[in-house]
Design a protein around this ligand. Structure first.
Ligand SMILES: [Zn+2]
Length: 190
């Protein structure tokens, strides 16, 4: 699948919206992404996970790690396609931790997955956790890059699709200037 086909899956799920949105921050945006609108639809989500798994097929990874909560679903499904195991990085007091007896061996080949890249915070937290076990990060995969290319990692990294999302203070918003109706996030689909 190419990027356009991936984006069409996002759009068909209703997770990726174009319009004029008021974000929780109060800023206005021309794109809104509601991640659980995709994740609640396994028949669509799994097609994206399959493509992600395909991109990892030559890594020899034995474990997929994803951050809670959305990353659980993605890690599980990517691992299913690869025939390997999935574990989850959960919030601790100040950092991500493994619970439930999850652990990694030194040198163990690991891929990290998450759904959307915005600031990269959750992926950085997982990287730090995996590095603390001296495991070998052989790839990082994201479904969607919304960082406008601003976030990079020190490991092989891909995003299946990139979306340029603009946001502005209301006073600077060109959509307001055009008189376009402002919708609360997620309430309108094009
Ligand atoms: Zn506006």
């Amino acid at each position: 699948m190419n990027q356009q086909e991936i984006l069409e899956l996002f759009q068909s799920s209703g997770a990726l919206l174009n319009g004029h949105f008021k974000l929780t921050s109060g800023r206005h945006s021309d794109v809104y992404y509601e991640k659980f609108t995709l994740l609640k639809k396994p028949s669509i989500c799994t097609q994206i996970c399959e493509q992600m798994a395909f991109n990892f097929k030559d890594t020899q990874a034995v474990t997929v790690v994803g951050p809670t909560t959305g990353g659980i679903i993605i890690a599980y499904d990517v691992a299913r396609y690869l025939g390997i195991e999935a574990i989850y990085a959960e919030p601790g007091e100040n950092e991500r931790i493994f619970k439930r007896g999850f652990s990694l061996e030194k040198g163990q080949k690991v891929v990290i997955v998450d759904d959307v890249l915005t600031t990269g915070k959750s992926v950085w937290e997982v990287i730090k956790l995996v590095e603390s076990y001296e495991a070998d990060i052989v790839g990082i995969g994201l479904m969607l890059d919304r960082s406008n290319g601003a976030v990079k990692f020190d490991y092989p990294f891909f995003a299946l699709a990139t979306v340029a999302a603009n946001n502005w203070e209301p006073k600077d918003c060109p959509l307001c200037a055009k008189g376009m109706e402002l919708t609360q996030r997620g309430s309108r689909k094009f």
